[in-house]
Design a protein around this ligand. Structure first.
Ligand code: PMP
Length: 420
């Protein structure tokens, strides 16, 4: 590939940027599951804005609504004012998401991003319970601001804070010690033993499937047991569905099949529908205790976000997403499961479900190499896990079957090159 120069970025932008170091080009255009760079090279997108583009780049149905709204001088920014756009979103969210589940959670707009949703969740859980500790899990990822980083397990990311991150305890996630250890029993014993040094936390925060932490899945029974454990001890359950929500695993929430009803739910990324920054924190009504103004934020009244999110829910309601995801899930699973069969030198395991799956390489450095080779062949994919050992595939849910198959062919070619 002939690639454009990155001098402007190298000279002017902070060194902290990471993704562009893997994808060394200047991107210009995107449509559904494909991107084009400035030189006209095409890339297939198996990254989907880290989960923010479940409905594809430039989704036409959503774009039309946004353009119409702007052409009618619709208000874009409104702080906490009541607007048509917000009213429509709230009603639609209640109709499509809350009512079918029999839930009556309040919708809070905590600010524009995932970490805002998590910060609000942690803060209100502490206010409600009067306790300060939050129980989190090995390999958890919840965001990069101080509160959410304190419940994130990755030590490299934690060191970015420059201070001690406190008021969190980490427990083993489901499967952390393999199948033989009952991690819930382990946690219960520590919580109930006054000699353990583990305080009763304000809340437990958990992902049903850990996106950044290596595509580790919690079983339904484990999630159900965790909910029970929390209830019995008056601990709030926070479910962080920032990356796995909005259909990524098939159902709207990644924990739907566990039949749990978390006290607090964090959503962001694809809730904005169009890659627009938006986040919500769902609170059971009895937890909605903040006085007006006790928690606020300038950009939580993002009306373009409401317009896009409303249409995304419309889109969700009218399309049979679950079936689309299942069909695509199977195609990807087959390719991943074949890796160690075709290339015995690549030992490892297939992880994830729905349209977030990956291959965890025993030789950890191979995942990063694979991502580099794939980029050279026009496929965008990232790694995940504490050693970046998992090659992670998460295309938009709307990816056309042909594009998906084309992307997987590129993956196969890249694997072949990796093995050579
Ligand atoms: N929680 C989870 C589970 C995430 O995957 C992420 C982002 N990768 C966040 C929170 C933080 O979201 P944001 O980057 O928008 O702050």
């Amino acid at each position: 590939l002939e690639l454009p120069e990155l001098n402007v970025f190298n000279d002017l932008e902070s060194e902290v940027r990471s993704y562009c170091r893997n994808f060394q080009t200047v991107f210009e255009k995107a449509k559904n599951a494909q991107l084009w760079d400035r030189n006209g090279n095409k890339y297939i997108d198996f990254f989907a804005g880290a989960g923010a583009l479940n409905y594809g780049h430039n989704n036409e149905q959503i774009r039309e609504k946004l353009i119409d709204y702007m052409m009618q001088d619709g208000i874009t920014h409104s702080l906490d004012m009541a607007t048509n756009a917000k009213e429509t979103f709230l009603t639609q969210f209640q109709e499509v998401i809350l009512k079918p589940r029999g839930w009556n959670h309040k919708v809070m707009f905590p600010g524009p991003t995932g970490t805002n949703a998590v910060e609000a969740a942690l803060k209100i859980a502490r206010k409600v319970t009067g306790r300060s500790t939050i129980l989190s899990f090995t390999n958890a990822f919840h965001g990069m601001t101080l509160g959410s980083l304190a419940v994130t397990g990755n030590s490299f990311k934690r060191e970015g804070a420059g201070i001690a991150l406190t008021h969190s305890v980490f427990m083993p996630y489901d499967g952390y010690y393999g199948d033989d250890v009952d991690t819930l029993a382990y946690i219960k014993k520590l919580l109930d033993d006054p000699g353990s040094g583990v305080p009763i936390p304000a809340a437990v925060i958990v992902e049903a499937l850990q996106g950044e932490g290596g595509l580790n899945s919690a079983s339904r029974d484990w999630l159900k047991g965790l909910e029970q454990l929390c209830k019995e001890r008056d601990i709030l359950l926070i479910l962080d569905d920032v990356q796995m929500g909005c259909g990524r695993t098939g159902p709207f929430f990644s924990f739907d099949d566990a039949g749990i009803e978390p006290d607090i739910i964090c959503l962001s990324k694809s809730i904005g529908g169009f890659g627009l920054p938006m986040a919500i924190t769902l609170l059971k009504p009895e937890i909605d205790v903040w006085e007006p103004g006790e928690h606020n934020g300038t950009f939580r009244g993002n009306n373009l976000g409401f317009i896009a999110a409303t249409e995304a829910l419309n889109y969700w309601k009218t399309k049979d997403f679950q079936l689309d995801v299942e069909i695509r899930e199977k195609i990807i699973r087959k390719v991943l499961e074949d890796i160690p069969v075709k290339y015995p030198e690549f030992r490892g395991e297939t992880r994830g479900r729905g349209l977030i799956q990956g291959f965890a390489f025993e030789r950890q450095e191979l995942a990063g190499r694979l991502s580099e080779i794939a980029f050279d062949h026009g496929l965008i994919m990232e790694t995940s896990g504490p050693h970046s050992e998992v090659a992670k595939l998460m295309p938009p849910l709307t990816i056309e079957l042909d594009t998906l198959k084309e992307g997987l062919k590129v993956l196969e070619r890249s694997l072949e090159q990796l093995s050579a």
